[in-house]
Design a protein around this ligand. Sequence first.
Ligand code: HEM
Length: 328
Amino acid sequence: MPSYHRAVSVPPWFTTRLLALQRAIAVALVIAQGGIAVTGSVVRVTGSGLGCPTWPQCVAGSLTPVAHPEVGPLHQWVEFGNRTLTGVVGVIAGLIVVAAWLGRPRRRRVLGLALVQLGGVALQAVIGGITVLTGLLWWTVSVHFLVSMGLVWMAVLLHRSLAEGDEPADTLLPRPLMALQVLQGVVLGFLLLAGTFVTAAGPHAGDSDTPRLALPVDNLAQVHADLLFLFLGMLTALGFAIRALSEDTVLRRRFRVLVAVVLSQGALGMVQYWTGVPEVLVSLHVLGAGAVVVATAALWVASRSRGPVPSQGVDDVHERLDLAEQTA
Ligand code: HEM
């Protein structure tokens, strides 16, 4: 049989619906990747980190919680719930990989970003296991959280990739401003890292027996807040530059959203610090950290463009021409 008969052609409605579905799944992934960091914080503030004292089983001999003389049922179910959510995020990530594979044209960048999500969930399952097996060692908790934030960032990139093409990225702002955004991303990374240090030295590091980071928590909180001021300073400079140089309404709107999210998160941080880090505010602060990452990534992708989404028809023609050439 001539090989061009193997060219996969799908009706346009399939492509359109698949793209809409992929975008919806990508939004779900952003929420799920951020959400699991929040449920992880619930595990910490309720002291349930060792609610399932072993991994991958919950207690020796059972994957699910069972009555245990040393671990209360609430702690077991909180930790088990968080582990189950990993499965949910894994299913969502698996769906987006399948959708990217089925997409016509099959886009390497989209597929690659989808695989990053699936690989990231597998990596997080392993890091979560190491966290439990090391008795919630503070830096394993920190790494666990930071990888989540990285996956949130990458999920925003994945969502964006479904609304643009595959051409080399064209920047919509002058190079120095793109460099400023890169620097801002680095400062955000340190801001998040410092936050996890404050947690590690504070009362919510895992459960009551978890060894704390032996550094003064007030000094760490000060460094954490100072990094926010640095971030805000850079944001202010970027804001003036965008106002002077760009008429792009999406870019301007995303900048305003980022400012609002960062200021709210900073205010929440202050309140939780002055009120003795009440549990509910700690989890809200983790949610806020995810929102800051999403808003920063959203501004980054809005300042670059990779052209229009490639159309099915064009790809079909190329695919058939390639196959015809090969069979000639
Ligand atoms: C954009 C601004 C901010 C971001 C993105 C941010 C992010 C974070 C993150 C990621 C954590 C660690 C959460 C965890 O390990 O589960 C954290 C913890 C913390 N942050 Fe912030 N933060 C910000 C501003 C502030 C400010 C201005 C303060 C005021 C001092 C503050 C006070 C704290 C405290 C006290 C903790 C420890 C909470 C605990 O005991 O778990 N944060 N922050």
